[in-house]
Write a protein that binds this ligand. Structure first.
Ligand SMILES: Cc1cc2nc3c(=O)[nH]c(=O)nc-3n(C[C@H](O)[C@H](O)[C@H](O)COP(=O)(O)O)c2cc1C
Length: 374
């Protein structure tokens, strides 16, 4: 495959067998924010775009007006992105917490010859046995040095290399990120859990284990942030919030406007209310969050993507089904915010830096700034 022209100010970043023209990765944004349009626009600028897998089955079933499987939906989304960016680097994110789609999404990505798969929202536990047409690069999201060591241990113990997978990168995500966070609520503001501290620790481990590339994520917004991360050992950076309110973003207009109208750091908070048990960053103005604060929504769950384990170790429990004081209905809310659930209210997530977004911009404009062209 041809490479999109880059610039020499940045060191090269290789993920699997693809070299990025710029060491920038578009973080996956579910539900329905980083889909093929945004991902392809980012990849066409020389970074690597990551498609979100969350609720793709629901999204494609509605688009095609017939029920499709997760495998079909993921296959279609990858093919659409590839058609929009034939030469760009494209990844797919799968979430450990969304167990029901996990193996099928990976199978569709492998068979669709995705450039790499990023795995997060829980620490990688297994990888399905699949007949690989070529080696599949896996980037694992971690939030501590301990997690990176566990990944390396599991990688060896389970002989995932023999199954055709390659550990291609660690994505070190700090607590300023959007979506679910790999920390307890108490840890989020503590200095020792910030990306500036965990990044060099993971880098040391990555260097000692074959120089695995390390990508920094969470709160990276401008060139100064990128330089800071590079000085701390990052081989690349992953950004999401900065691109949420772009013209190419697959988020709804209401979602983008909510981000632009978020002007103070306190407008974005970390909430314990996600049914899967992980802290989740929320834009306070989001209609479903406001209703949640008033316990104004009947507890119910008709989606159940994000479940917790029951006593038998099976993923069956949705806390939002029984308790609307402490948990909110994240699957329905995020699907509504993507425009695929009109009967429910919108729920918006964003990184801590969302208040810095002041306009609906374009991917090219932001990328030119990050590349140092403007
Ligand atoms: C709207 C939104 C949705 C997200 N959804 C996911 C997701 O589905 N899977 C995932 O691994 N990370 C998800 N994240 C985390 C991002 O991919 C990224 O790592 C993180 O937000 C980076 O921090 P930044 O937003 O400050 O740039 C999401 C972030 C946002 C803002």
């Amino acid at each position: 495959m041809k490479k999109i022209p880059g610039n020499t100010d940045y060191p090269k970043l290789i993920i699997g067998d693809r070299e990025l023209s710029f060491p920038f990765i578009l973080g996956p944004m579910g539900v329905g924010v980083s889909l093929s349009r945004l991902v392809a626009a980012f990849a066409n600028e020389g970074g690597a775009g990551i498609l979100s897998v969350v609720c793709l089955r629901e999204i494609w079933s509605q688009r095609l007006k017939k029920k499709v499987s997760t495998y079909e939906a993921v296959t279609k989304e990858i093919a659409t992105a590839r058609a929009l960016s034939p030469e760009g680097v494209i990844g797919l994110n799968v979430m450990v917490a969304v167990q029901q789609d996990y193996a099928d999404s990976i199978r569709a990505a492998v068979e669709g010859q995705i450039d790499f798969i990023s795995i997060g929202a829980g620490l990688i536990r297994d990888l399905p046995k699949i007949n690989h047409p070529h080696k599949t690069a896996i980037a694992v999201i971690v939030s501590s040095a301990k997690a990176a060591n566990i990944v390396l241990y599991r990688w060896e113990k389970n002989k995932w290399r023999d199954l055709g997978y390659e550990l291609a990168a660690f994505i070190v995500e700090g607590p300023l990120a959007g979506g679910h966070l790999g920390f307890t609520i108490d840890q989020v503001t503590k200095p020792e859990f910030q990306v500036e501290v965990i990044l060099p620790e993971v880098k040391k481990i990555a260097q000692a284990n074959g120089n695995i590339p390390v990508i920094a994520a969470g709160g990276i917004y401008d060139r100064a942030d990128i330089s800071r991360m590079r000085a701390l050992g990052a081989d690349g950076v992953q950004m999401a919030t900065r691109f949420l309110a772009t013209e190419e973003s697959d988020a709804s207009l209401n979602y983008k406007l909510a981000i632009v109208r978020t002007t103070k750091p306190e407008d974005i908070i970390v909430s314990p209310g996600s049914p899967c048990g992980l802290p989740f960053r929320v834009v306070v103005s989001a209609p479903m969050y406001q209703t949640h604060l008033r316990a104004g929504r009947e507890p119910r769950c008709n989606k159940g993507y994000l479940l917790r384990k029951d006593a038998d170790g099976k993923f069956t429990i949705c806390s939002a089904k029984t308790d609307n004081q402490n948990f909110f209905c994240i699957c329905n809310g995020l699907l509504a915010s993507a425009g695929y659930n009109p009967q429910e209210e919108d729920l918006y997530t964003a990184g801590a830096n969302a208040y810095r977004v002041t306009e609906i911009s374009t991917v090219k404009k932001i990328m030119d700034e990050l590349k140092g062209l403007t």
